[in-house]
Ligand binder design. Sequence first.
Ligand code: KG4
Ligand code: ZN
Length: 339
Amino acid sequence: MTKNKYILAIESSCDDTSVAVVDISYNIVVMNTSSQPEHVVFGGVLPELASRLHMKNILVLVESCLQQSHLSLEEMSAVAISINPGLIGSLLVGLSFAKSLAWALNLPLITVNHMLGHVFANHLVHGYIDPPYLALVVSGGHTELINFESDTVFTCVGKTLDDAAGETFDKAAKLLGIGYPGGPVIDKLAKNGNPSFYNFPLALKQKNDYNFSYSGLKTAILQFLSSHEENWIKEHQADLAAAIQYAIVTPLVKKTVRYAKLNNIHTILIAGGVAANSYLRAQMDKAAAQIHAKVFYPSLTLCMDNAAMIAAAAIPKVFKGEFADLSVNAFSDKGTRYI
Ligand code: KG4
Ligand code: ZN
């Protein structure tokens, strides 16, 4: 253990630059995030633009965190940085900055997997949650069911074989012509729609399979929408959003709760951008109650990419003294892992 209790964390894996100071008891002291609205006109994230914007924003965010917290860099115990997965250029901006800080201040550098950060966001909201637990990680690029024995020992028991849940929300919204990112728009529209308006296919219904698949659903949505007039689609937008959301969310809920039931797990953590989905939350709570499992979600803000979750995932490494060498590199391989 180091003498100070604060961790300075940086997140720059995709299109949000975020800096936070978190203490080793999972309390957020300060966090500043700069999302990049510049990508919206392109209907997706432009990697090079994202890297350049991280470069522009990162120092300003560090300075404002220090100013707002009245803390100095010398009071930090470590610098934590997400190095995987993500856009490689974006990751490298954050990592280079974090390395420079760690080197100049002689502070330990802690490297974190971004997806593990999403899971650990739950500890920031609910206080430390004791393992064992099952985590459903659902974001723009990931759909994974992970069995946690401890903070550092866990196994992926199911994952998407093709598209991720968030990606499917985004693609469906694009096809419906309702904007990007699609998840929040579909979530909002679906509140006034009928989930049984149309039965889109639910993938992988086999009982003992915990993998997910969304490519069939994506094709079905494309085929359905291209066989209908634009005006008709506009008129039935809310019902279509509800039916699509039902088809994305139902396998997530069924497989998570089935796995928890068969393995006698009573704590479930939901993580990633899609954890913000109101229908997923309602359906998951209902199904988990039937097996007497408790479900935890991050706050809506902490479901999104943020630096506080990177600090949270660094805490076990602070206690273990697991620090990175300054020659460490970023990498973009998908998956929740302990690095
Ligand atoms: O975790 P995240 O911020 O970025 C990645 O690490 O990928 O997740 C972004 C994803 C996007 O696909 C977005 O559409 C989805 O999370 N999302 C939602 C909601 N809010 C964000 N999906 C469904 N319902 C929401 N309310
Ligand atoms: Zn993320």
